[in-house]
Design a binder for this molecule. Structure first.
Ligand code: NAD
Length: 354
């Protein structure tokens, strides 16, 4: 099967297979769409089970970045890269891999911009930057994306509560937060301050203790989070948590959280719609980090502008909810359609976000 026949191939503009004998580099850079700007997205280092699994990840995730940036109104396209290697490789071998990869990024002349992702640290990106000018989302640039992602999710929850329940406030609203890592813990802070009641879970006991003590959150076992009697389920840990098993348990009428790829399959998005459960499309509600990091690509980072654009996710989501209701179509389909319209270089009629 050629890559053009791959299930995840979706009119990608360019796929670069990178090989370097000296370092042993095997990597893939997938540039999905640059209509709106450079293909931007993280680099993963992972011991993939197969070459196909690596291709799948690069193709799927680069398309996701195109859609995320398009709906957020950013002048960025979609890209993603994977290095096929054990993420625990260290020392000279790791440095050689990263340098060889950095030379490939440089050779693309800014068509692809690299950032951290699974298996890649800030220190790794610093090595890549010695070989390439095209890295973003760095501590001495836009900084930690998580507070911005959390702020966007908080705004998305407010929009969903207004749309679904008709409330202008989160006072007394019950939110089940799954995952108290970088994003989840900032999100709990915002929710607590807004008067929401928190039910939380994590597999990390320290994180649980901290959030329970700081915000008076009720702690439940990881498997018990879905069945909680809450208004909002906020997935901030894993993907694919909306699936056949969890749909039977969910009591929340709103799903709004930071995790990527929340729907196990598109079918689950359709079921949510038919059940009247309001789903905030993941790549729309979690765009705050990318909004913030995009300033590094533009070369004019402004924290104030990043904050304003992240706050605007409230309106972007409200427009998606409204159009979903008007046309009786699932929110994930409405969001995809907005992204695809923008990627064709056309103005979307149904949503703001510019
Ligand atoms: P993180 O690794 O800091 O936090 C994830 C948390 O989930 C950890 O505390 C972990 O212990 C917990 N966890 C893992 N398995 C669990 C389980 N079975 N049940 C409950 N908790 C579990 O990650 P993060 O940066 O906070 O990101 C959270 C999610 O949001 C991820 O899916 C990520 O891809 C997505 N996301 C993050 C950002 C960002 O700016 N960090 C941006 C967009 C999307």
């Amino acid at each position: 099967m050629s890559v053009f026949d791959h299930l995840e191939f979706s009119h990608h503009e360019q796929i670069v297979f990178c090989h370097d004998s000296e370092s042993g580099l095997h990597a893939i850079i997938a540039i999905h769409n640059t209509t709106l700007g450079s293909g931007a997205g993280g680099l993963r280092m992972w011991n993939y089970d197969s070459f196909d699994a690596a291709v799948t990840d690069a193709l799927r995730l680069s398309k996701g970045m195109s859609y995320k940036s398009a709906v957020a109104g950013l002048a960025c396209g979609g890209g993603k890269a994977v290095i096929i290697a054990d993420p625990h490789i260290s020392g000279e071998k790791r440095e050689k891999l990263l340098r060889a990869f950095g030379k490939y990024v440089q050779s693309l002349g800014g068509r692809y911009w690299v950032a951290e992702d699974v298996g890649i640290s800030v220190d790794d990106i610093k090595i890549i930057m010695e070989e390439s000018d095209y890295a973003f989302g760095l501590p001495d640039g836009s900084g930690d994306p998580s507070p911005f992602t959390a702020l966007g999710v908080f705004e998305g929850i407010k929009a969903a509560v207004k749309f679904q329940l008709g409330y202008d406030t989160l006072e007394g609203i019950k939110v089940a937060v799954q995952g108290l890592g970088h994003v989840g813990s900032y999100l709990c802070g915002h929710l607590h301050e807004a008067g929401a009641k928190l039910i939380v879970t994590d597999i990390n006991q320290d994180a649980l203790n901290r959030i329970a003590s700081d915000y008076g959150a009720t702690v439940v076992e990881p498997d018990a989070i879905y069945a909680q009697d809450v208004d909002v389920y906020a997935p901030c840990a894993l993907g694919a948590t909306i699936n056949d098993a969890t749909l039977l348990q969910l009591k929340a009428t709103i799903i709004a959280g930071a995790a990527n790829n929340q729907l196990k399959t598109m079918k689950h998005g359709d079921i949510l719609h038919n059940k009247g459960i309001l789903y905030a499309p993941d790549y729309v509600i979690n765009a705050g980090g990318m909004i913030n990091a995009s300033g590094d690509i533009y070369g004019i980072y402004s924290r104030e502008e990043a904050t304003q654009k992240t706050l605007a996710l409230y309106h972007t989501l409200m427009d998606i909810f409204t159009e979903s209701h008007r046309s009786n179509r699932p929110t994930y389909i409405v969001a995809d359609e907005i992204a695809e319209t923008k990627l064709r270089g056309q103005q979307s009629e149904s949503v703001a976000g510019d």
